[in-house]
Each structure stands twice: as C-alpha cells, then as structure tokens.
Design a protein around this ligand. Structure first.
Ligand code: OTU
Length: 651
C-alpha cells in the first residue's frame, strides 16, 4: 500500500511494537507487520469501525499474528522467503493440479503419501484434498460442515499425518491445497453447541432470530442453494426458540462475520492450517460471507473486505500461502475476488473459472463454439499476481451460470437454452450421448444443475454399453478435447480425480442412507488400485485417456507459451464448430490451439493458419502429424496444438 499511514495507525503500530517483547528484534516479522499495517488498520476500521473498541480489535489481531508467526516452523518460514522473493510463485511453477477425496482415492493421508509417484507419472504437482477436518459422521455435506477445525476426521488420520504429508510433498516440489470452510460451521461445532445451550456469547457467532420477522425479510431476496433437500434459509431450533440462518443445509450454520470475534477465531484457524503446511487455502462459498437484508447476500463489498483482511493476515504471518476463491457466480463477479484497484492481487490469488467450465460442456452439447469463443473473449484477464483455475469437472454439480447477454446474441432464449442443456446432459434429449442426472430442481424458478462424471457426461458410459469402438473413441476424444483446452489456456489447470482414467458415474452412493439424497456423489467415485492399474492398457478407457493426458501435461510443462498465465488471443474462424486460440510466449514462440466441437470432420481454412502466423502449416504436437497450411481436416472432437516446423524440431 503506497498511501502514507494515517497518523493514528502509525501511533498504534509504534505502541504495539513497544508493548511486545522480542518483536522489535524480529526484523522479518516487523517488516511484514509494518508493510501490512495500513491494510490491517483500514480493513478492521471499515468492517468493525462502528464498534467502539475496534482499535483494540486491531491490537488483538496483531497479537494473533505475532503468536502464530512464533509457532511457524523454520521449514515453512524458509518456504515463505523463497515464495516472497519469487513473487506469484503459484503461477510461475507450471502447476498442474488434481482435486481428490483422500478416502476414495487412497484410504487415508499416509496412504496418499505413498502414492505421490502416481501424480508424478501424470505430471500433477499440486493436490487439492477435499475437506479433511472433523465433521459429524452423517450430516457433513461431504466434509463441508466442520465440527472441529483443529482436528482431522479420524478415518483420514491425524494432524501429524497432515504435517508429514505436506512435508513429503514439499520435498517432492509439490503443492498442497485444502478447503477452508469459513462461511458456516456444523451444528455440532462447540460454538453451535454452546449457542444451543443458551450462551449469548456464542449465539452471537451466528444469525439467530426469535420470530419470522427478519427471516421473512431475508427470504425475499436470498437465493436457495439446495431447494430440494434444504428449502429456505433458516432452521428452527426448539432448544432456544430461535430461527438460525442456514443458507446451505439445515445443519450448516452461517457464521456472523459482523461479529469481530468470529473474524478473530476464523483468522486464527486459517493461520493454524497454514502452519500445518498447507500452501493454498480454498475459501469455500466465499460470496456468502456477509449478509444484508434486501440483497441476495452474495458478493457484498464487506465479503471482499473480510477476504482482504484474511489475506493481509496471511501476508504477515504466513506469506507463502495463497487463497482460491470458490465463487460460483457471474464471470465479472468472480474476477472481483482477485481484488480490484489498490487491492489487486491482495484478495484471492486464484479463482475457479466456473464460466469456462460451463461453456466447455455447452460447446459439446450444441456442437457449436460461438458461445465459448464469446465467453473467452469477454473473460476478465487475471492480473500479473493472480490466475484462473481452469477445470472440466469438480465434486459439485454443473450450475448453468451463463452470461445471458451472450445467449441472446446467439438468438437463444436463456430459459429454453438452459432447459435444453439440462435435458441433454441428463440423457433426456433424443440422441444425446450423455448419462448425467438433474441436481436440485427448483420448481419456483425452474432452475436445475447437472451431476455426472466427465466420462459419463462425455458419452463413455453409453459407448461402453454399446460396445462399439468407434463410438467409444469419440467419447474419449471429447474428454481429451475439454482437457486439451484447459491444459493450453492461460491459468492453472486442475484435473478432477478419476477423469484421468475416464471413470464413469459411481452409483454406489444410492445404497448409502446418508448419501442417497445427494446425487453429486455419483461423480465422486471410489478409485482403486485396480482402476489405476488399467492406465497402462491401451485397449481400456483408462489407458486411452491417461496416456493422452500425460503427454499433454508433459508438453504444457515443456512449452513456455502453454503455461503462461495470460489469457490467449481468440481467433475468428469460418466454421461455427471450431474454437481457435493462439498462445505466444515472450520470445514469440506460438502454439495454435484448435478444437472441433462437432461430430463431423471439418476443414481448417488457410486464413486462420495465416492469422496464426503458420504460413507453411506446421506440426500437431498431440498426434505428431503434419498440419497442412490449407484444408487440413480435423476429426470429430479433435484437439490440436499446432506449432511451426522449427519449434517442433526444438521439442
Ligand atoms: C460449496 O459449493 C462446496 O463446493 C459444496 O460442495 C458445498 O456443498 C457447499 O459449498 C457448502 O459448503 O452451492 O452447489 O458460489 O455456489 O459455495 C455448490 C459458491 C455450492 C457456491 C458454492 C457451493
């Protein structure tokens, strides 16, 4: 922050330093504290300035940072130093991520530690582990209802196992990401239990109302996240005669960040996770962190301030740590979590590119690329310190968060188009290749989302039933095409575990009483060693997908133009089925990325090749074949990464 420190802030800082023993001797901490003090001061003031003791809060926060810094071990401190020196380390490391369930993938944390070579074989060097902290056994929303942030759920192991895994991964040059579920706690968390026992102090940690007056006002504008299984946004608790705000499930109680004690508690937890060795924290449901009557209570400016304040805390006490924004909202709103103006790069360093994910699937269903082209042209660039996380599938449903103006430009009615896409991927549409399911239909507004693994949605499940090799090859090619885009686009790609093996829907959740009401479990498959063993068999789906993803990842790491974080130039093309973009590195090396989203072969026009500077054609790195300057035919769903002959010789 370049602004001079307000006089009062400076006085507080001096006072803080003199009243804390040893602090003035710790030059590293001192420098970081001083460098971030203005941000801390202004954010605490803007969030909590209305409470008379807000300056005291700032002091308490300073104490927390000093305390957690003193508990940060030397190994992590030296990692901090390297990363601070390097700057934007997450976008300079050629990271390729994988998101996985520890139990479903490897049993427990130590089992996962024994499988690092699997990721290395694939080229993955960044793991996002699904929630691991303590939750109730049954009502836990896949780990997103935490009952103790200081403990690991028994069946995954212990905090010590987590530390060991982090250390082992760091030794291998890998990066560890964990969820930070900070919008809500489980109703079994000790704070919720104390609130239920009548303790006012803890009731103030949540939103609680004695009657329906305020809840009814909120309901006028709050959206419903799980309308089928958790309609409404409040839950009645008989024990205390109160309505509790529960925007997600009834057992997930929304934390009240307008109470500064909540902020202090959650900042402490964040730093504890950082001190356990976690490199990247995924801030779950970040748009919902602040609520205000008369609004949707999503993306409010205070929610951004809460994240900026957490970020400033991390910069002081754990500066090697980065945040991911999990904000499944409109593209422009997502990009705001990178931080704007003077906060650019000081909020969430990374954000899920949810818009791209939807557009990839849209292109497969429609066979047309106009919408994805438009979406990519319009996608806000991440700044130099921030990056998009690009993905094809994740553990959640696919929510159809389109930019409606773009749909209308295509002459598509938004509601009718959404309905078509839903019917397409649930296999209701005649001729569809997909085997997905409808998630959370809301009869009040007709909204619904889609569940299913990438392979099932891309046609593998249907093709395996048909036992027709050419149909199967086409389905596999669809998966490869989508991954071909996220592995060549600007930003960090994340593979959803199981996709690399082309795993189909896992219907075993239907036998599990506590899972059967949530069909997202169909795309959270159990992955065994037997599954993984088939990756070397070229006649099996796993072998077909794994080998192609592995070579794409290898190329991505090798070719600087492919792993830069800038978004590419989208090229105009004659064919409505074709997506074409150009990646260029600082030396001028270029890669032309092409995807045919239709089930027909299409010819590539010479104009496009000239626009890409490939006057003599080139070589397609993905099949090692010559790519003609005019009239090259692209197979159905083919993805090509074309370079000129000299660049090919160099690789
Ligand atoms: C997240 O998703 C998690 O990814 C889900 O698995 C959890 O169930 C949920 O939070 C509650 O913790 O609505 O359908 O804009 O859309 O946070 C997924 C953000 C979700 C929300 C998102 C949420």
């Amino acid at each position: 922050m370049s602004n001079p420190l307000p006089r009062r802030a400076d006085a507080l800082l001096q006072q803080f330093i003199t009243t804390h023993d040893q602090l003035s001797q710790d030059s590293v901490f001192l420098q970081r504290l001083a460098g971030n003090w203005s941000a801390l001061y202004r954010l605490v003031q803007s969030l909590y300035g209305a409470t008379p003791e807000w300056e005291h809060l700032l002091v308490e926060l300073g104490e927390l940072l000093w305390n957690r810094w003193n508990h940060r071990d030397a190994r992590l401190r030296s990692l901090d130093d390297q990363r601070v020196m390097q700057g934007a380390w997450y976008s300079r490391n050629a990271l390729v991520g994988m998101q996985l369930y520890v139990d479903r993938f490897a049993g427990d944390l130590s089992g996962l530690g024994d499988k690092l070579s699997y990721f290395q074989e694939l080229g993955v060097n960044f793991l996002h582990l699904m929630p691991l902290l303590k939750t109730p056994r049954d009502h836990n929303d896949g780990g997103y209802a935490v009952s103790d942030y200081g403990q690991i759920q028994e069946h995954f192991g212990t905090m010590k196992d987590l530390r060991n895994l982090a250390e082992k991964m760091h030794r291998e040059g890998m990066v560890l990401a964990l969820d930070y579920v900070l919008n809500h706690t489980s109703d079994e968390h000790s704070w919720a239990q104390a609130a239920l026992a009548g303790e006012q102090h803890y009731q103030d940690y949540y939103y609680m109302y004695p009657d329906r007056t305020i809840p009814d006002l909120y309901e006028e504008s709050l959206p419903e996240v799980f309308p089928e299984t958790a309609p409404g946004n409040f839950t009645w608790k008989n024990e205390i005669n109160r309505w509790v705000m529960t925007v997600f499930h009834s057992y997930q109680w929304d934390l009240n960040y307008s109470n500064p004690r909540v902020f202090l508690e959650m900042a402490a937890i964040l730093l504890d996770l950082a001190n356990a060795g976690v490199d990247i924290l995924r801030l779950d449901a970040v748009p919902y962190l602040w609520k205000r009557l008369g609004t949707t209570s999503q993306n409010l400016h205070e929610a951004h301030d809460v994240v900026r304040l957490l970020n400033a805390c991390a910069r002081v006490a754990a500066p090697g740590v980065a945040f991911i924004a999990e904000a499944i909202v409109q593209p422009r709103e997502i990009a705001r979590y990178f931080g704007e103006g003077e906060w650019a790069g000081r909020e969430c360093e990374l954000a899920y590119n949810a818009s791209l994910m939807v557009l990839l699937w849209d292109a497969l269903a429609t066979g047309r690329a106009a919408l994805i082209r438009r979406g990519l042209e319009d996608l806000p660039q991440a700044g130099s310190d921030t990056a998009w996380l690009n993905y094809v599938r994740c553990h959640d449903d696919i929510g159809l968060g389109y930019d409606e103006a773009h749909l209308r430009e295509q002459g598509w009615d938004p509601a009718a188009h959404r309905d078509f896409i839903i019917r397409y991927f649930t296999g209701e549409f005649e001729g569809s290749f997909a085997r997905g399911a409808r998630f959370m239909y809301n009869p009040r507004n007709g909204d619904a989302r889609i569940s299913g693994t990438a392979a099932s949605l891309a046609g593998v499940e249907a093709a395996l039933e048909l036992q027709e090799p050419s149909v199967l090859e086409m389905a596999v090619q669809r998966i490869v095409a989508l991954y071909g885009v996220i592995l060549s686009l600007g930003g960090i790609p994340i593979i959803y575990a199981g996709d690399e093996l082309g795993l189909c829907n896992d219907y075993s959740y239907r036998e599990e009483p506590h899972l059967q009401g949530d069909n997202r479990w169909m795309h959270r498959p159990w992955i065994s060693d037997d599954h993984r063993a088939t990756r070397t068999d070229p006649t099996r789906v796993a072998g077909m997908v794994f080998s192609r993803l592995t070579s794409m990842i290898g190329l991505r790491k090798q070719i600087p133009a492919l792993n830069a974080s800038r978004m590419p130039d989208i090229l105009p093309c004659e064919s409505p089925h074709l997506l074409a973009f150009l990646r260029v590195d600082s030396t001028g090396e270029r890669v032309l990325v092409l995807v045919n989203f239709s089930n027909e072969p299409i010819p590539i026009d010479g104009q496009l090749m000239r626009l890409a500077g490939l006057y003599d054609g080139g070589v397609d790195l993905l099949d090692q074949e010559r790519f003609l300057p005019v009239g090259q035919l692209m197979r159905p769903y083919q993805c090509s990464w074309v370079v000129d002959h000299s660049a090919h010789a160099a690789t």
